[in-house]
Design a protein around this ligand. Sequence first.
Ligand code: ADP
Ligand code: MG
Length: 630
Amino acid sequence: MCSHHYLRTSLFSGPVRCSRLLVHFASPGQFSKKLWQIYLKYLLGTIQTLALQTQKANFCFGHTCSPSVPSSTLVALVPPPVSPLPPIVWQLKGRTQPSKAPQEPHSTATPVSVPVGQAWAFMTVAYFAIAPAFRYPKRLHKVVRRLVPNCDVRFLLSESGSTKGAAMVTAVASRVQAQRKQIDKVLALFQLTREQLEDVRGKMRAEFEYGLKKDTHLTATVKMLPTYVCGMPDGTEKGKFLALDLGGTNFRVLLVKIRSGRRSVRMYNKIFAIPLEIMQGTGEELFDHIVQCIADFLDYMGLKGAQLPLGFTFSFPCRQTSIDKGTLIEWTKGFKATDCEGEDMVDMLREAIKRRNEFDLDIVAVVNDTVGTMMTCGHEDPNCEIGLIAGTGSNMCYMEEMRNIELVEGDEGKMCINTEWGGFGDNGCIDDIRTQYDKKVDEGSLNPGKQRYEKMTSGMYLGEIVRQILIDLTKQGLLFRGQISERLRTRGIFETKFLSQIESDRLALLQVRRILQQLGLDSTCEDSIVVKEVCGAVSRRAAQLCGAGLAAVVEKRREDQGLEYLKITVGVDGTLYKLHPHFSRILQETVKELAPRCDVTLMLSEDGSGKGAALITAVAKRLQQAQKEN
Ligand code: ADP
Ligand code: MG
């Protein structure tokens, strides 16, 4: 290129971060239109080449034209891989023209798609003043704007870029490299090796056995609770049922109409809020509130006075002795109402109905949401023997051989076991993979020391883990200019839904930054990249851990049935599973890897807790009827 000795470009960093880019023109003389075009061609060509080579052109702009800096130093300045971004086609022909019209691209005959990072949008191009009479700046702005219409490129006048800039490149590069190392060290804590995941699978399997055995049941951390749900729907169930769904973010009352024949279920539901003071007030207040909601719903549906069978989805660990008895072992997921632990939840509901003395309901079954989820999918797919929840909490149930359940008499057939696997690790067995951040989240929770696996895998906690990491990285001076804002200090600001948003492949870095800004976290472009990586590491580990647990149960099912190969379906529900952009895929991949002899289909359950509770109630009613007739 004939012109580049006129030019010097170098990377410039302000005293704090190095996200600003300097294109420095040291040309003292005239800069003709022709020269400008050649220069731009050269510049864009090099960006293009680099972008194609590295798949990320975020900061390549400056490096490429700087002949004095060895490229190895510069690699450190290239941000870590960001997801593939929409291509921008560079086009330049003679005078530049808007990139919309099909034109001959510069220097080559075919259009080249360049996955230029959206970090462009934050780029600041600086330049040195050229002959004042010359309309160079105007042209530069115009051309760049035309070439990258979607990017907001700011131009900044530099005073003495060349010498200062060149000296800073090396300094910046080594600092960035060192910082990168520190960040990677933190992220590495969340990267589990295959051996570690196999270890988790093995330990989970061992805990299943402890929970099932009489001697170890009471002390087991994975409680393996019999549910007294033995039969799957056979398609003959029908009727109108009420269902309650308590155990997460929302409390719902549902009317479920099941018509004979598979798949014909109609549902009407209403969501009611449970105020924090009721969640954490007394048990009586909680159940009075629930009954109030039921009354509202019946009113709303025009069903006042109707006596309907009711299935109560109550998604907390309960010890059951029959399908309509469930003693709460302990609250999880932010509930803390007093006088409930150790009490029968069905009794408490019945008493509250009595206190109100307005209607009567036939409470047929108390159901865990995992069981409802399994039932719902089982209604459509007879291979479905497992229910999984990845929502506020994390839990799993599955059909176990009666002969393996020492707590329940009888050896024939199967019964659904609610594993309550969220408590896995409470005996310290996975402390080797718990990080300081997990421990912080645990300490700040309502139930410290409990539900350790759940706290690494479920929606209620993932955002909090991310927040803890961000605080630490900021303390280390690696994020947010080292300033821990009041916002970042606020527990719960980083909700798990933000992980989903930030990790979305469709989202440009600029949008990630906007989300962070909405959260009150004033971030640079590089901060956004790091935050995205942190979110990815946390959610990935969650999905993998969940996959390792699932691998343990499918392998158990395969072995118990003496099968070479098992085909099995898992009914899954929960917003984390449904809305996170990568969770379900990583979960599936992990199960496949850790249980190679099982063909596991994950089936999304449409409203497992509502429909499932009704189906269980229907099955229970059918069995009751059959018993009466015999
Ligand atoms: P629950 O488990 O409470 O019955 P859900 O399955 O709807 O209800 O899960 C709600 C939880 O999902 C919330 O507590 C939140 O942590 C998480 N969540 C909400 N929105 C999203 C989202 N967009 N992506 C991932 N997780 C989310
Ligand atoms: Mg739910």
